[in-house]
Design a protein around this ligand. Structure first.
Ligand code: FES
Length: 402
């Protein structure tokens, strides 16, 4: 634990457990009903784990057991874990669209935290809308919070060919309709395109939003790039548990991290990654929730000066998130665009972004390009205005046929 430890009597959870009154009697006796002796929670930070696992969420399938790794970290650091199930928004199964429920999960997260005796939170998400939703809720609540990204799934594989989430489904659907592949081929593609738990492994909304969470400073360094099935993901989960306990003692809250500079960093990174256009919708909401006025013009400005250097599909032509991780991951990418970043921004580590990436390297210059040899020289997104869209609209030139 850190030196500047605050007084345990001032913990938020102490309001439930410490007083000598009838209500606190109820809380203590009910904790004991669950088998927890006072020694296990008295004077310790109670850490919520918002878990978006469900039987209908393939991207978060590993959260059912990964939560135990988070708990291990919390216990090791002297905290008391409290897992709270939150709404599970599966991009692939939920109809009519998960976008309808992003704010419902944001409210769910906020109210779960507000209503329970918790001092800090580990947010477990990753599939598209779950990242902005959990961060929106935790920002409103503003107790110490750390984001645990689900991690991308492994590369898809069919007959030795790499398959990418989304894009190859469209491609082979067209091939099938054109009679270029057989019905058996189609079934084999179906079985090979999603080979492990984890989020879509192209640079879609999930990879974009988790990279944004990291560049804002809300994840451990490198956390967003670790494949879900890698043992490093398990170690990262337990480190989230250890770190959140320290964050409670340090009173390191989301609003201290999510400054205007942090959001500018996120926009810069999103451009260099060749981000999904959905980034704009979520990032503006997130920034405004944190009290920062970010608008379309901030994206336009960054787009003009930051080149796309992540050679990850669909902006790139070849690689997927697993390759990006092996090439150095997000810290590697950020090390290449340092001159565009606010390196003094604070992160969940208690250190600055600059300190976090000081030793980052790139191991493959084709996957993470240099700024002199980008995938797309001028920005991932373009903001357009005119009679069809007087308030502005967004296109992704980096993913278009030239
Ligand atoms: Fe969950 Fe794509 S369906 S990330």
């Amino acid at each position: 634990m850190t030196e500047n430890k605050k007084n345990p009597d001032t913990l938020r959870s102490a309001r439930w457990f410490a007083p000598d009154d009838l209500r606190a009697f109820g809380h203590r006796s009910r904790a004991m009903q669950m088998g927890y002796a006072p020694e296990e929670w008295k004077g310790r930070p109670v850490i919520a784990i918002l878990n978006t696992w469900s039987d209908a969420q393939p991207c978060h399938m590993h959260f059912k057991s990964r939560v135990d790794d988070v708990k291990r970290g919390i216990l090791m650091a002297g905290g008391f874990p409290m897992e709270l199930p939150a709404l599970s928004l599966s991009e692939s199964f939920l109809k009519p669209t998960t976008m309808l429920y992003r704010n419902l999960l944001a409210m769910d997260a906020e109210e779960l935290l507000r209503g329970h005796p918790v001092d800090g939170v580990v947010l477990m998400g990753g599939c598209d809308k779950t990242t902005p939703a959990l961060l929106l809720g935790a920002t409103s609540m503003n107790i110490p919070a750390i984001y645990l990204p689900a991690g991308p799934m492994l590369r898809g594989n069919w007959k030795g060919k790499t398959l990418g989430s989304g894009s190859d489904a469209w491609k082979y659907w067209d091939e099938r309709r054109a009679g270029k592949i057989s019905d058996k081929d189609w079934v084999d593609v179906e079985a090979g395109i999603a080979r492990s738990y984890g989020t879509c492994m192209t640079m879609g909304t999930a990879s974009t939003m988790t990279a944004i969470a990291e560049s804002i400073g809300m994840t451990l360094p490198g956390a967003s790039s670790i494949p879900a099935a890698d043992a490093g993901h398990i170690r990262m989960a337990s480190e989230c548990g250890r770190r959140i306990v320290e964050m409670v003692w340090e009173d390191l809250t989301p609003k201290k991290i999510q400054t205007r500079k942090a959001f500018e960093n996120a926009i810069t990174v999103a451009m260099a990654m060749g981000c999904s256009t959905n980034a704009i919708i979520h990032l503006i909401a997130q920034a405004r929730r944190a009290g920062q006025d970010i608008g379309l013009e901030d994206f336009e400005k960054a787009s003009r000066k930051v080149p796309v250097i992540a050679n990850v599909r669909p902006s790139g032509d070849k690689y997927l998130m697993e390759d990006f991780y092996y090439a150095g991951g997000l810290p590697g990418l950020m090390s290449r665009i340092k001159s565009h970043l606010h390196l003094d921004s604070l992160t969940v580590t208690g250190r600055t972004l600059g300190e976090n990436i000081a030793r980052a390297e790139v191991y493959n210059d084709d996957v993470i390009r240099t700024v002199e040899n980008p995938i797309y020289a001028e920005g991932a997104l373009a903001v357009l205005k005119g009679n069809l869209a007087p308030d502005g609209c967004v296109i992704k030139p980096s993913a278009c046929d030239p």
